[in-house]
Design a binder for this molecule. Structure first.
Ligand SMILES: [Cu+2]
Length: 139
């Protein structure tokens, strides 16, 4: 802890002295952390968009602009174990599939391109059954 403080002060001192290399390194480190404000309302999450390559972290400012509690869940993609298996459909083709699904809410994505398709908007959801807010269960 003490060492970090010393290093930090050292970098600040070098920047104050006008040593460009240190300033560039500091700028690169700053650009790797993106910031985004996201507003959640009934029933929408504002567009998040994309972060430039080299972004190593994102600081989200989450605003609930609605009347109900909301939360924010980031599911990384592509998932390795989809809830109901990935079904590949070739261009111009169709498939019929029957899935056993328990009552609940499901997120549906197209994971082609290691998540690229869903990053472009191939994301939707559906529900099975009815949610009972007083018990917090689906049936
Ligand atoms: Cu797709």
């Amino acid at each position: 802890m003490r060492k970090r403080v010393i290093v930090s002060l050292g970098a600040a001192s070098l920047m104050a002295a006008g040593i460009g290399g240190v300033a560039v390194a500091t700028a690169a480190r700053e650009s790797a952390t993106a910031k985004k404000t996201v507003t959640l309302t009934e029933f929408k999450i504002s567009k998040i968009g994309s972060f430039s390559s080299g972004t190593s972290s994102v600081t989200f400012t989450l605003k609930n602009g609605g009347k109900f509690p909301h939360n924010f869940v980031v599911v990384s993609g592509p998932t390795k174990s989809p809830a109901a298996g990935a079904i590949q459909i070739s261009p111009g083709k169709s498939k019929t599939v029957t899935m056993s699904l328990k009552p609940g809410a499901y997120l549906v994505t197209c994971q082609v391109g290691k998540g690229y398709h869903y990053s472009q908007g191939m994301v939707t959801s559906f529900t099975v059954g009815t949610f009972n807010p007083s018990t917090g269960t689906w049936s």
